[in-house]
Design a protein around this ligand. Sequence first.
Ligand SMILES: *Cc1c(COP(=O)(O)O)cnc(C)c1O
Length: 430
Amino acid sequence: MTVDPRRLVPRTDTVLADPRLVAAAGRLGNDIVRGAVRQAQQLARSGGIAPEVVADAAVRALPESGTALSMVLNATGVVLHTNLGRAPLSPAATDAMTTAAGYVDVEFDLDSGRRAARGTRALDALRAAVPDAEAALLVTNGAAALVLATTALAAGGEVLVSRGEMVEIGAGFRLADLITSTGVRIREVGSTNRTALRDYEQAIRPDTAAIVKIHPSNFRVTGFTSAVTVAELARLPVPVIADVGSGLLRPDPLLPDEPDVRSALRSGATVVTCSGDKLLGGPQAGVALGAATAVEAMRSHPLARAFRLDKISLAAFEATLRGPVPPAHRYLHADPDQLRRRCENIAAESGFDVVPSDGAVGGGSAPGLSLPGWAIAVPVALARPLRLGRPPVVGRVERDRLLLDPRCVPEEADPLLRKALATAAGARDG
Ligand SMILES: *Cc1c(COP(=O)(O)O)cnc(C)c1O
């Protein structure tokens, strides 16, 4: 007499008593563990695994933490991949987030026992990194910094924006709509390809409260073009708000066309705004730096409370600035010869080709700039199995091949990449 193997699938309570799953329930909560057990039982009922290994399968299916987000190996070669969370944080920033997770003196003075200004350590780090600014403010993201700057400086009035800088930053969001959403009016000046200082000069009226200079970071107009620099605009009798976007704090020779915060301030911008999680390499945040009166007007505006940065991001931001060079910066400046050697190592067993590969800055920064490097070229059919592996590997499809570029993969994860490649190739061949 044969027993239906499905009858041998252990009961939920029996599996849940496995010490590893008891420990996991304490760490992750009952629901997640029960979900993993149900999934493993289902697999056993359908004959996918033997009934004896249901507990093992459940343990393997558990997420590393209470989030269903997956850590991903970014083998796209795109450093600031918005769909993959932009800048990866440094270990220093990650540790700081853990410190800030509990009760912390984010708004409290331990010496006097009284309330203190919020996030002063992060602001101190920011001012130390950009000494040219009189004052600094941190908000939730770059868009918030820009809308707060324009509202605080130009409420009820109008701002001048070049027609060449009416940028859409992605998913249908246009910076012009953002600025006008709080009632500030925009007076467009110049043309799509050319705007002159004279255009701004002639557009100034009594209710012109500021000039907004937006870095068109994600597209490029070439040919018969001209734009007005911050230095030229600063000579006009209205404040200049410069949205430099990417958060490069100082010039970087690798990115000659990317504006930086320090240069914009030295050129006379009243307020400079940017993101924290692009080239700055930190957590999602919005930065405003500049003249004390302007930054104070932003800080005391009611909207500032709606854009308040959380304690975890404040801690990560501070640690990014004070700590070692953040990963995004290292990936940007990766040595091509080293990338090639890593590719050859990773591809050694599987025998796939190692080919030249152009990485990119991404995140809407430095369009058209390619970062010379190398990649492993594999059939496009491997893309899905690689994405669904553990950890998921995301590559870049180019000319009918899937390229796996190690630029943005931490070097210590190379063995994981090699294993993922072998698993995906094996599943296809087997
Ligand atoms: C990215 C970007 C923004 C938006 O910043 P977020 O941090 O994504 O809100 C605004 N302006 C420019 C020029 C940008 O490049």
